[in-house]
Design a protein around this ligand. Sequence first.
Ligand SMILES: Cc1ncc(COP(=O)(O)O)c(C=O)c1O
Length: 402
Amino acid sequence: MSQRNSLRNMPDENGHYGIFGGRFVAETLMPLILELESAYEAAKKDEGFWKELDGWFKDYVGRPSPLYFAERLTEHFGGAKIYFKREELNHTGSHKINNTVAQVLLAKRMGKTRIIAETGAGQHGVATATVASRLGLPCIVYMGAKDIERQQPNVFRMRLLGAEVRPVTSGSHTLKDAMNEALRDWVSNVHDTFYVIGSVAGPHPYPAMVRDFQSVIGRETKQQILEKEGRLPDVLIAAVGGGSNAMGLFHPFLDDDVRLIAVEAAGDGIETGRHAAAMAAGTPGVLHGSRSYLLQDEDGQVVEPHSISAGLDYPGVGPEHSWLKEQGRLEIAPATDAETLEAFQLCGRIEGILPALECAHALAHIAKIAPTMDKDQVIVLNLSGRGDKDIFTVAEHLGVKL
Ligand SMILES: Cc1ncc(COP(=O)(O)O)c(C=O)c1O
């Protein structure tokens, strides 16, 4: 496929993916966003930056992460071969570290001395606190009060790493509100602060930049599956909160003949209205600096999302996902809380791996499609994080007191 017709060439120079993306920010933030954009453009062309990043990936993060054949799950479902891309084996336990290492290195290049971040499940907060600590930079993490309650182990980890966790009590006390607070902080501390956004969301250049940093997942997967199977997979599947682990896996495959399935949190069921399925049940609107699919009412007010998983409990999705959905390139699938809990337990029981509740959503969808596929077909699941952080939530739902 020629460069021109590649699906991989988005966004345009203004950060648009068709009608999606862009930068809808306060005037005071505009110079910062432009400064970030030119710093990223310069870093992108600098071999030294990528070399330094590769060094961190290898020796600090533990890359490449393995591509693992889940033999017992494959037998269990009795259809397609199932592989896990083991992002949960990364340092700090999720894919979030890929992006935070890269962004904090960029902050250092830009001479920024203060790091802020928002977090939902806490994995992005832990990853940011980790890298900030390693580089000796103070770090403040905004986190919804509800998420602080359900992700206690990660809150404690962030504090042990020297970060200040600031509870956010506006709105639904979750990720959306934490992101609002972080943006507010950034506006008032423009000269010394770097805002490390945790997903492919936010104003341009964040969605493209985070995608580029996370694309290491898909590049490795491509090489590894060619080594193991001698061909590309039939299906790539990942859960979508903001969309960074999914985009990281999908992007290197956008021009290939591979099905891409984005699994959204259907909560109690999409028909109940208590879910976080922005692409399946949302409409285009503006949130956190870009236009994308979003859960909103007729007056454009954000509808509070719901998911058992803090990392998916977000009313929007990254703009590139919205564009790929409109192009018909992305398949969107739902997984409910109940289906996810079942998949979480199944994986622990027969594969010896407790997946994060986020990626257990994608596994719940595999349970639906793998048995319908042929035995010589191949599915790759992005196992984006470890389930350790979720054992309290799971225990509560199973009626177990820890
Ligand atoms: C392990 C894990 N997977 C997935 C997500 C969802 O984010 P994204 O869609 O950006 O990958 C999170 C967010 O906290 C997470 O911690």
